[in-house]
Design a binder for this molecule. Structure first.
Ligand code: ACO
Ligand code: LMR
Length: 268
């Protein structure tokens, strides 16, 4: 019989071989007939599922609230400096994306893992915070440079209220809010931040919507899918900043000397 050459690649999210492109098992025509939107397309390509409307709407809300946070944050700053150095859109975008990590925009998956493990272990929030402190670990999803109890983050309010209203239950969000109650007593800026709030609400969504097994939920957190949501959302802002700098015809950026403290130490 025929000897089939083993495939070098396997893939399961899309197929362009037939008459019509498919996302999962849906043709691109069906995607539009059913008006799946960005949330629906993302669900097909990232999760290989058609999620209920309250979930796809939530995904779209995440992309909207993370789209931009002004020119001063690490990523937008890098994008702007790169644009002003005369580089192209992809380079400026990548330069911004490369700043996304544990301190800026990339705390979602670890926040999801930490709060979920804490809640599932049955640990009391006070005891858990103490344990984290003793082991010298920052709680991912807690803390913000400028947002605080006195200057609350409306993005967090929007996400929190939607999760509370639309998901069957929100035990991980509730646990994170209990943690925030305690951390903000120490410092007013140790709030549940936008990364943290999205992350815990997302876990509550995937655990309660009935579309994923527990194992699949754990995989999604360990694969980095939640940081992917921030990366995708903020790409909108970074591209916006790139275009803005070109529109404003901004020249090469050079950081002013008077904003740098030069430390003179004898060379050893
Ligand atoms: N958990 C526990 N303690 C914390 C945390 C945290 N997440 N964040 C700050 N602290 C404590 C510090 O240990 C320090 O305590 P000390 O004075 O007793 O030493 C104090 O708060 C101040 O810490 P700084 O590092 O100076 O705080 P800063 O305001 O510069 O940091 C940051 C802000 C980077 C967001 C920080 O809170 C952090 O790393 N958080 C965890 C990661 C995270 O969630 N990042 C996403 C931010 S949201 C976004 O980027 C869209
Ligand atoms: C953001 O969304 O970029 C922020 O929350 C980070 C910041 O420092 O404003």
């Amino acid at each position: 019989g025929m000897v089939r050459k083993p495939a070098n690649f396997i893939s399961s999210i899309s197929d362009d071989r037939g008459e019509e492109l498919k996302y999962g098992s849906l043709t691109i025509s069906e995607v539009f007939e059913q008006d799946l939107g960005i949330g629906g397309v993302l669900s097909l390509l990232w999760f290989r599922r058609q999620l209920p409307r309250e979930c796809t709407k939530f995904i779209e809300m995440i992309l909207q609230v993370t789209a931009d946070h002004g020119p001063a944050v690490s990523g937008a700053h890098n994008t702007i400096v790169t644009a002003r150095a005369g580089k192209d859109l992809v380079s400026a975008l990548c330069s911004g994306l490369l700043t996304i990590g544990p301190r800026f925009g990339g705390a979602l998956d670890d926040a999801a893992l930490m709060f979920t493990a804490a809640k599932d272990s049955g640990a009391d929030p006070t005891a858990w915070i103490e344990k984290m402190k003793k082991s010298n670990q920052l709680i991912m999803g807690i803390g913000h440079r400028i947002k605080s109890l006195a200057n609350p983050d409306q993005r967090v309010e929007i996400i929190k209220n939607y999760a509370k209203k639309n998901f069957k239950e929100t035990p991980i969000l509730d646990y994170a809010l209990a943690v925030e109650q305690i951390t903000t007593r120490k410092r007013a800026n140790l709030i549940l931040n936008v990364d943290g709030c999205i992350a815990v609400s997302f876990v509550d969504m995937i655990r309660s919507c009935g579309a994923f097994t527990r194992e699949e939920c754990d995989d999604l957190m360990s694969f980095g899918c939640l940081n992917g949501l921030f990366v995708l959302g903020r790409s909108m802002g970074f591209i916006g900043h790139y275009l803005d700098q070109l529109r404003l015809k901004q020249p090469l950026y050079r950081h002013p000397w008077d904003d740098i403290t030069y430390i003179q130490e004898p060379t050893v």
